[in-house]
Design a protein around this ligand. Sequence first.
Ligand SMILES: [Zn+2]
Ligand SMILES: [Zn+2]
Length: 333
Amino acid sequence: MSQLPETDDVRILTQQMRAYLNWYKANGTEPFFHRKSGRVVLSLLHVEHRGKAEFVRGINSEVSLPTGSICAERAAIVNARTTFPNINRKQMKGIAVLEVPLLNTWTSEVVHDLLNPLPPCGACNEWLLKIQEQSPSFYVVTYQDLSLEVAQERFLFWSLQESARADPDLGAWNCHCCHHQNAPLSTVCGSCGVDRFSSSYLRMPTQKKYFRVLHALEHCPMSFKELSGKLAEKVPDLKEVLQRLQRNRGKHKDVHPILSRDADGLYHLTETGRQILMRKQDALPSGRRRNARHKPMRRSDKGACNGSEQMRAEQICPAPNSCAMASQEVKGP
Ligand SMILES: [Zn+2]
Ligand SMILES: [Zn+2]
């Protein structure tokens, strides 16, 4: 830590985290609020307000499981919005996360059981990715232990483990507009601001028929027969449309097809396809918006394709617990 320049954001955030940790050591917390997982997680959100760096605290709360637990990261974001109600995502610069002992017991056994370095859980990752869309250099800092001497900057929520599991469509990408090398999981170019999943960037044809096919596959993969039964009138050249959507973008290795066809002959939206559809729906008037964020059902679940809302909630938040609990199951996007 001492090797970092004094003006380094990670170093300043860590100094502030140390102050928060010392405050916690002196004051402790009410165990009632941690009665579900027995874990306490502190977080500190770095925001820029009126040209000044501010550090906003967060702590997890587990009051009632049916209503969901609130992780430290999301608590800090909500705290920042409460303290500075006009704050925007651009003003959020980074966040530090640290697990500390419940009941203020600092024996080596207790400290050894802490899960530091603690990555954000799936639900917090969703929030942080939304912030990162407007604040491309947003950073996440975790610590090896309570000395805070070794910080791990999780470059845009990415670890080697995660990169092995992640969808290749969301991997590192080289912007075609400005040649900036962008980090995995980022969707907006850190230099020129282009959206890698916009139809124009992907040079996706803009005719309605292409979007009709994406919509049809939103919830379930389908065979050619099923698709043509559904779309025959509106998409007479269905075969060509499907071929076009499956084609890769030639020399651009980091642009992926929009549809894929599996060994059973079923057509699926790829992650790129889902991202395009999501943007299309975000652009619609709110009454017509539908939720496109979930992954399609597996074929064996075909009959249950209406339960998409619930499924989405399960995927984003694998366990309705604090980060400490949820992070035990390593998740990929
Ligand atoms: Zn660019
Ligand atoms: Zn979380």
